[in-house]
Design a protein around this ligand. Structure first.
Ligand SMILES: [Zn+2]
Ligand SMILES: [Zn+2]
Length: 268
């Protein structure tokens, strides 16, 4: 069986029995299920859940699982002339999802911000014959290694024309974002997972070491994230959940948010 942790959604390598523990949840950025470690499988998810696809903006479709599972994120399918990129990933994949995505042109490459969204990435890669691009600095957190995973090492990776991966660090050492130059009707979009998180006041974003445990990042890390994306223009910013969107002058919102954060943690 390939066990899937029900708290973080990570799928594990084939084992005869359930793994003893989930290292992703034992990490202080996550937490162990309040009822103790629990596992499921893809086959079980396929019975109890389904995926919904929703147009997010022209050329980009969101994909999420209902009822919500694990962290409840939604992935984004960016459709370009050179092929489609799946940004971030979810645990459930089924025939209906594969058919719907193939009708949109399939998936040429998968790129994932950080380990909390690695989910069932190998299943997605096999279904669409697509390589998975992960930052090398997150390699220790890959629970199900696979030959389809290609590790990139620089600060940026030009994935295809107009699509650039940017390593920001912070939440995880290899936490990354995706810049889509043609997004937001040509004004640029930044897809961030939780490397950069849109907050309730959607004119702002935040940057955390742990979101569930409310552990902040040092000022140096926040400055580094802001500096990594500063060369790019993006009017919209999408973090990893529906409605977590900065809609308008998002590049300025990131700079403004980083300044505010640093000012607050350096007070006193
Ligand atoms: Zn877990
Ligand atoms: Zn995370």
């Amino acid at each position: 069986m390939h066990a899937i942790c029900i708290t973080c959604g990570t799928q594990f390598p084939a084992t005869a029995t359930q793994p003893a523990a989930c290292p992703i949840c034992h990490d202080e950025r996550q937490y162990v299920n309040w009822n103790g470690q629990q596992w499921t499988t893809l086959a079980d998810l396929q019975v109890r859940h389904r995926n919904v696809l929703r147009d997010v903006e022209p050329g980009m479709t969101g994909i999420a699982t209902e009822p919500g599972f694990a962290i409840g994120q939604r992935a984004l399918l960016v459709q370009t002339a050179a092929g489609n990129v799946l940004w971030d990933c979810i645990s459930l994949i089924d025939d209906a999802t594969i058919q719907a995505i193939n009708a949109l042109g399939g998936i040429r490459a998968i790129a994932i911000s950080h380990p909390h969204f690695y989910s069932s990435m190998v299943e997605w890669s096999r279904a669409f014959d697509a390589p998975i691009h992960l930052h090398e600095d997150n390699r220790p957190f890959v629970m199900r290694p696979d030959p389809a995973i290609e590790y990139w090492t620089d600060e940026t990776l030009a994935l295809m024309p107009g699509v650039t991966l940017i390593r920001c660090g912070g939440h995880y050492p290899g936490s990354s974002v995706l810049h889509w130059a043609d997004g937001a009707e040509g004004r640029g979009a930044l897809l961030t997972g939780d490397t950069i998180m849109v907050v309730q006041d959607r004119r702002y974003v935040s940057f955390m070491y742990s979101y569930p445990n409310l552990l902040p990042l040092p000022a140096s890390a926040v400055r580094r994230i802001a500096a990594a994306v500063a060369p790019y223009r993006f009017d919209r910013l999408y973090s990893g959940w529906w409605d977590k969107v900065v809609d308008g002058k998002a590049d300025a919102a990131v700079a403004r948010s980083a300044e505010r954060y640093v000012r607050l943690i350096e007070q006193g």
